[in-house]
Design a protein around this ligand. Structure first.
Ligand SMILES: [Zn+2]
Length: 322
């Protein structure tokens, strides 16, 4: 209604100009009407109920509504954090980066200045792997699993470890020294077997391996003389890299959790910056699970951060013993 009244007013002013050329009667009528209109507004204003007052109020009300618009602006300021969750997760480049590739030989053998521990777990997956994963998650830590095929019912845990951000490497399919080190061919058969298990779980064969017993093992000499000298070169020629370890909690043998924590502190007392740390998540390693939180907290207190193995990790090689 009020907007109609406003529109009506302007044409009347226009009409008022045109008749100036003609008779004065229409002009007089228009002037009279305008005077009446002005008078009514004055009277209305005097009583507080004029047309203009009615018009202004809705206008004033509409302005606060527009001023209420800053609310959306406030919510826009809150919006950015809301926009972050839908942000796509960073693309997983691990397949391209970690896949075994004979053309890549840019391994790092120099520790950096940053204090980093690379927790590595051998001999799983087993019934203990889920507990290890949960502890790592609790501390927000990524680690590395050198896996075997000795507990077929837990092989799907390899994929689970990988999906939760950990690096997967091959340890051995059978972990039977007599079989694995029976010959060069026997070793490659075993490595290829566990490689295919890993490929089925994570979609590709990674470059990371750990020899059963480490590269310095002498038990292999019982089966094939000089086999570690040969294999250490052959695996690298094929694009793999083998990782021994800088320190261990000593859980290769049976120990209490307290003993494992003590052994960790003793074996890392030299304070290397880059520590590839050996532990086990095999079926018999409940005390490792028990000790793991304290081992992690010890490293944290010593100022270390944690990382999964990658191609930039300083590669630890023991001396070849056979
Ligand atoms: Zn092992």
């Amino acid at each position: 209604m009020t907007s109609h009244a406003r529109r009506d007013g302007h044409p009347r002013q226009g009409d008022g100009r045109t008749p100036k050329r003609g008779s004065l009667l229409p002009i007089a009528l228009v002037v009279g009407f305008v005077v009446l209109l002005a008078a009514s507004q004055l009277v209305g204003a005097a009583f507080g109920w004029g047309l203009l007052a009615k018009r202004d109020k809705p206008a004033e009300q509409s302005e606060p509504v527009e001023q209420a618009a800053p609310q959306p602006e406030v919510s826009e300021e809150v919006a950015p954090p809301v926009e972050e969750p839908p942000a796509e997760p960073a693309p997983d480049t691990r397949a391209a980066e970690f896949a075994v590739d004979p053309a890549r030989t840019d391994w790092n053998y120099e520790p950096g200045d940053a204090k980093v521990v690379y927790l590595t777990f051998d001999d799983g997956p087993s019934a203990n792997t889920a507990a290890v994963l949960d502890i790592l998650d609790q501390y927000g830590i990524k680690a590395t699993f050198f896996v075997t095929g000795i507990n077929p019912e837990y092989l799907d845990m390899i994929g689970e470890c990988y999906r939760r951000g950990h690096t997967i490497g091959m340890h051995t399919y059978t972990h039977d020294y007599a079989q694995v080190y029976a010959s060069l061919d026997a070793y490659w058969d075993d490595l290829n077997q566990i490689s295919e298990v890993v490929r089925a779980q994570i979609g590709y064969v990674p470059c990371f391996i750990r020899f059963p017993g480490g590269s310095s093992n002498t038990i292999s000499a019982n089966y094939t003389s000089g086999i570690m000298s040969e294999l250490s070169q052959q695996v690298q020629d094929a694009g793999y890299q083998y990782y021994d370890w800088d320190a261990s909690c000593g859980d290769g043998a049976e120990h209490t959790a307290d003993e494992l924590v003590d052994a960790t502190m003793e074996d890392t007392s030299y304070g290397y910056t880059s520590i590839v740390f050996l532990a086990h998540d095999g079926a018999e390693k409940q005390t490792t699970v028990e000790a793991l939180p304290r081992i992690i907290e010890y490293f944290q207190q010593e100022g270390y951060s944690f990382a999964p193995l990658d191609r930039q990790t300083c590669v630890p090689h023991h001396g070849i013993g056979n």
